[in-house]
Design a protein around this ligand. Structure first.
Ligand code: UFG
Length: 327
């Protein structure tokens, strides 16, 4: 059996950490990325194919050359706000181009797929923690495109006999503790990197979107999961499929809810820097509280987060922004 795994989006924040984890587990990661948001210098553990997932010919050539057994599909656009203003981009890249990838997998006889899905497929949860069998009613086009792709996988699995693991990420954060990889989005919209930019004086102030939520301190609560824990779960998913394992849909979170205020306190504690803030109205479409029930990932994949406490997330992300870790 081939140890090669093709990772679409392998030059991106999460994809590059997955490639490193695969390589450290004895797999050969082939990064397939159009470099629209990824970075070529983040591909260090295997070859880089610079191409788009909508390009059937390039996919066919990559499959012929590297003969992967499994595809990890991370390539996608992932800005919720942008998906509202430019849904065309999201349906084209996350749905239409994703289907071209699925078709190329079928044609090449690749029947094992690990898919980067999102907790955005749940929308506003009816109950917490969020379980995998909760209602999936996304509240923005980004979440809808991820859900549509999950549905396509379901239908393809039934009809063509492929097996897949859909991993529904909560809030990916942190960076490689060895300092070899980091989070470099352009533009950067995520809370933790923006707060660290502000702590480092590289951003005037962190804008906090809403302080009137029904939470203890009034700020939104999210489930932050360390990107290396996410990456390890992908390796476990690849192994599960390689061993003939069944199709799975799993949450990937820490299971802990952390408020924005608690994130800022952790930055203060770990770096000795206070984040300058300004309060703004709520951001449209933000659910007040999201955190995962992680029992299924533990039972089905043996997944236990090792680095997903907020202090370790801040400690590993801080050096990217030139911040010293004092504790
Ligand atoms: N926030 C701020 N100020 C900022 C940035 C964010 O107050 O400058 C707040 C947001 O309003 C939210 C929380 O911090 O309450 C977390 O926001 P992020 O943008 O970091 O993350 P989201 O929870 O909005 O989005 C993440 C992923 C998406 C995914 C979504 C699922 O980035 O890809 O979780 O809910 F779809």
């Amino acid at each position: 059996m081939s140890r090669t795994v093709l990772v679409t989006g392998g030059a991106g924040f999460i994809g590059s950490h997955i490639c490193k984890a695969l390589s450290h587990s004895g797999f050969i990661p082939v990064a397939y990325d159009n470099l629209s948001t990824g970075h070529a210098d983040a591909v260090r553990w295997g070859p880089l194919i610079e191409a788009d997932i909508s390009d059937g010919g390039a996919l066919r050539a990559a499959f012929d050359r590297f003969t992967p057994d499994c595809v990890i599909h991370c390539a996608a656009n992932a800005y919720v706000g942008e998906s509202v203003s430019n849904p065309q981009k999201y349906y084209r890249n996350n749905v239409a181009a994703g289907l071209s990838l699925l078709d190329a997998c079928l044609a090449a006889g690749i029947g094992r797929i690990v898919f980067s899905s999102s907790c955005a497929t749940y929308g506003i949860p009816e109950q917490l923690p969020i379980r995998e069998d909760s209602v999936q009613e996304p509240v923005n086009p980004y979440g809808r495109t991820k859900l549509i792709f999950e549905m396509a996988l379901d239908d393809y699995a039934q009809a063509y006999g492929l097996n897949f693991v859909a991993l529904r990420y909560f809030n990916a954060a942190g960076a490689d503790p060895d300092g070899e990889l980091s989070e470099r989005h352009e533009p950067e919209t995520h809370l933790i990197p923006r707060a660290l930019l502000a702590a480092a004086g590289l951003l005037d102030r962190l804008e906090i979107f809403g302080q009137d939520y029904p939470t203890d301190d009034g700020t939104c609560i999210r489930d932050y999961i360390h990107v290396c824990d996410l990456a390890d779960a992908h390796v476990a998913a690849v192994r599960h499929l390689a061993n003939g394992g069944e199709t799975l849909r799993l949450n990937l979170g820490s299971g802990q809810g952390t408020s924005i205020d608690e994130v800022l306190q952790a930055i203060d504690r770990i770096t000795g820097r206070r984040v300058p803030v300004t309060f703004k109205p709520r951001r449209p479409g933000d659910p007040p509280v999201l955190f995962a029930d992680t029992a299924s990932a533990r039972i089905k994949l043996g997944f236990t987060p090792r680095l997903s406490d907020i202090d370790t997330i801040i400690r590993t992300a801080s050096p990217t922004f030139g911040l010293e870790v004092v504790r």
